[in-house]
Design a protein around this ligand. Structure first.
Ligand code: HEM
Length: 139
């Protein structure tokens, strides 16, 4: 009986430690509220960035903030659903260059740094964005 109890305890311990070694990306980003703060910081960085701020003139900031937050929340495994237009449709007429794409990505990394997102989690989110690249660049 004691043996079974100890084994059960050990197995539970193993499962717990496996989980803590690989926390959910969504949790590492601070869930939806944390992602919303990251996106807010990203918007301030975009406004200050001469490489891309012209592209965002006249954009509905509240809607942009909500939709990008939902998108990153969903991509990171959170319980959100992005309801905006497709990436290809949205960015089709913008002729976005690699320099502009990289500038936005740099700002996203900076915003995550400002919110103390661990580097590994930053990279995991960036990896989720890679499949969007051809649609955003309209390739
Ligand atoms: C990782 C790269 C990117 C992601 C994940 C992304 C994501 C999004 C999302 C979710 C929206 C919808 C928001 C809305 O409808 O208001 C959006 C819209 C928009 N994006 Fe991007 N984007 C990226 C790169 C870029 C770049 C590099 C630019 C320009 C330099 C850009 C310019 C815009 C603009 C101007 C809108 C508003 C379009 C409109 O309101 O019609 N995006 N983007």
């Amino acid at each position: 009986m004691i043996f079974i109890f100890v084994m059960t305890g050990l197995m539970t311990g193993c499962q717990t430690s496996t989980t803590s070694q690989s926390p959910d990306l969504y949790d590492q980003l601070g869930q939806r509220s944390g992602i919303a703060v990251i996106v807010e910081d990203l918007l301030f960085l975009i406004v200050d960035d001469g490489r891309i701020n012209q592209s965002f003139r006249g954009v509905n900031v509240e809607q942009f903030h909500r939709l990008l937050t939902d998108q990153l929340c969903e991509l990171s495994g959170g319980p959100c659903h992005y309801t905006g237009r497709s990436m290809r449709e949205l960015h089709a007429d913008m002729a976005i260059t690699d320099t502009q794409f990289n500038a936005l990505t740099e700002n996203l990394i900076l915003a995550m740094e400002q919110n103390r997102v661990p580097t590994g989690a930053q990279n995991r989110l960036l990896r989720k964005l890679i499949p969007l690249y051809p649609d955003i660049r309209n390739l």
